[in-house]
Design a binder for this molecule. Structure first.
Ligand code: XYL
Length: 436
C-alpha cells in the first residue's frame, strides 16, 4: 500500500470549501487572459526536498522516517522512492516534476557505477511518465553533495573532478532530452570559494566558462531544444558563489559569448539572500532577455540562510508574476517548488499541505497579476513618467549623432530649467494593494 494511500486526489473546491486538502484558487482549466491556469503556471514538484531529504539538519538526524529512508539508497530503495514519488505527483495533480541525477538513482561511487545506475532508473522514470502523463520541467546534475566536489565541480583544482562532472552533465542532459524535459538547469553550489587565499579566481572562472560552453555545444549536438538555465545564488554552501545574481551571471555570459544561449532559473530565496527582492531578480532577467524559469519558495526574514519554505507572501508573488505575464508568460520554464516542509512536519499529509498552500498562492497571484495588467494603471504611470523620452526630441538625445558638446550647446541656447516631478511611489504601491 502506498505511503500516501490515505490522501485522496486533490481537487479544486473553491473559496467556500473548508477542506484543507483541496485547492481554493487553483482551478487548472480556468481561463486567465486567454490561457488555462495550468498552462500559465506550469508548476512542478521537486524530487530532492520531497523524497530525498529525511529531515536532517546540522544539529540532528532525520525525522521523517519515510519507508524508503533509513539506509543506503540501493536499487530497491531507489525504485521504492520512484513509485512513491509518482503516487504523490498523481494525487497532487501538477503537470511537472524536476530532479537531480543522484536524487533518482541508486547510490554510486565509481564513474561507471554512476553511469549504469542512472541509466537504469531513467528507463523506469520513462515508464512512469508514460503511464501517468506527468512531464519533466527540468533535469540537473548534483555536483555538490559528494565529497569529490568539496572544492567545486568544473572549478575544482583537480582536472579529474572536472572530467567526472563533465560525465555527469553529459549523461544527465542526454537523459533530460530523452525524457522530453523542457529545460536543463545548472546550479553551481560549490562553484565559488571558501577562502580567497587558496583560490586562483582567474583559473577557476576560465574552467567554469569553458564548461558552460561545452554544455551548450552538447545541447546542440544532441538536438535538445529546451533552454539551458543557470540558477543564481550568492553563497551557501560556499562563502562566495560565482553565479552570485542575475546581473553577475549576465556579465559572465557576455565574457564567454553565451548571452544568447543561456537563461536564468530564478529562486525566490536566493534572490533575497543576494540582498535583492524576488521581483528585482525577475525584472532584471526579463530586461536582459534571459528570463527562463522560477524556483518557487521563500526565505525567513529573520534567518540569513536558504530555508526553502513554501511561498505564502501574496504581494511578493503577485509582483513577480506581473512582470512575467507582462513579458508574455513562461515559454519553456515554469514554477518549480524548490521548497520543503519543516523538520517537524513528519506526516504524509504535511507534504500535501505545503504544496497546496504554494499552489493556491500562485493561482491567486496569477489572478491578481492578470487583473493588474487589464486594469492598466501601472502601465499608465510608466507611460506618463517616461513620455518625454519617447518623443522625437528624447530619442534624438540617445542617438550616436549627439554628444556632450551638442547637447550642452542646445540646452544652454534653450535655457532649460527642469522642474522636479513626483515619483508617486505611494500611489503605485497602493495600486498593488487594491489588487491583492
Ligand atoms: C539549492 C538549489 C538547488 C537547485 C538545483 O539551493 O536551489 O536545489 O535548485 O540544483
Amino acid at each position: 500500500m502506498s505511503y500516501f494511500a490515505d490522501i485522496e486526489p486533490i481537487k479544486f473546491e473553491g473559496l467556500d470549501s473548508s477542506n484543507q486538502l483541496a485547492f481554493r484558487y487553483y482551478d487548472k482549466d480556468r481561463m486567465v487572459m486567454g490561457k488555462r491556469m495550468e498552462d500559465h503556471l506550469r508548476m512542478a514538484v521537486c524530487y530532492w526536498h520531497s523524497f530525498c531529504w529525511d529531515g536532517f539538519d546540522v544539529f540532528g538526524g532525520g525525522t521523517f522516517n519515510r519507508p524508503w529512508h533509513g539506509g543506503p539508497i540501493d536499487q530497491a530503495r531507489a525504485d521504492h522512492k520512484l513509485d512513491e514519488a509518482f503516487e504523490f505527483f498523481t494525487r497532487l495533480g501538477l503537470p511537472y516534476f524536476c530532479f537531480h541525477d543522484v536524487d533518482v538513482m541508486a547510490h554510486a561511487e565509481t564513474i561507471d557505477e554512476h553511469v549504469r545506475n542512472f541509466a537504469n532508473i531513467v528507463d523506469k522514470i520513462q515508464e512512469k511518465m508514460d503511464a501517468t502523463g506527468i512531464k519533466l520541467l527540468w533535469g540537473t546534475a548534483n555536483m555538490f553533495s559528494h565529497p569529490r566536489y568539496m572544492g567545486g565541480a568544473s572549478t575544482n583544482p583537480d582536472p579529474d573532478v572536472f572530467r567526472f562532472a563533465a560525465t555527469q552533465v553529459r549523461h544527465c542532459i542526454e537523459a533530460t532530452h530523452r525524457l522530453g524535459g523542457e529545460n536543463y538547469v545548472l546550479w553551481g553550489g560549490r562553484e565559488g570559494y571558501d577562502c580567497l587565499l587558496n583560490t586562483d579566481l582567474k583559473q577557476e572562472k576560465a574552467q567554469l566558462g569553458r564548461f558552460l560552453q561545452m554544455v551548450v555545444e552538447h545541447k546542440h549536438k544532441i538536438g535538445f531544444k529546451g533552454d539551458i538555465l543557470i540558477e543564481p545564488k550568492p553563497h551557501e554552501p560556499t562563502k562566495h558563489q560565482y553565479d552570485f545574481d542575475v546581473e553577475t551571471i549576465y556579465g559572465f555570459l557576455l565574457a564567454n559569448g553565451l548571452e544568447k544561449e543561456v537563461k536564468m532559473n530564478i529562486e525566490a530565496n536566493h534572490a533575497t539572500l543576494s540582498g535583492h527582492s524576488f521581483e528585482h531578480e525577475v525584472a532584471s532577467a526579463i530586461n536582459l532577455g534571459i528570463f527562463g524559469s522560477i524556483d518557487m519558495n521563500r526565505g525567513d526574514p529573520q534567518n540569513g540562510w536558504d530555508t526553502d519554505q513554501f511561498p505564502n507572501d501574496i504581494r511578493e508573488i503577485t509582483t513577480g508574476l506581473y512582470y512575467i505575464l507582462k513579458n508574455g508568460g513562461f515559454v519553456n520554464g515554469g514554477n518549480n517548488f524548490d521548497a520543503k516542509v519543516r523538520r517537524q512536519s513528519i506526516d504524509p499529509a504535511d507534504l500535501f499541505h505545503g504544496h497546496i498552500g504554494g499552489i493556491d498562492i500562485l493561482a491567486r497571484s496569477l489572478l491578481n497579476a492578470a487583473a493588474m495588467i487589464e486594469g492598466g494603471e501601472l502601465d499608465a504611470v510608466l507611460q506618463d513618467r517616461y513620455a518625454d523620452w519617447h518623443s522625437d526630441k528624447g530619442q534624438a538625445l540617445l542617438s550616436k549623432d549627439n554628444g556632450l558638446e551638442a547637447i550642452s550647446d542646445a540646452a544652454l541656447a534653450e535655457g532649460i530649467s527642469p522642474q522636479p516631478k513626483s515619483g508617486r511611489q505611494e500611489y503605485v504601491e497602493n495600486i498593488i494593494s487594491r489588487y491583492i
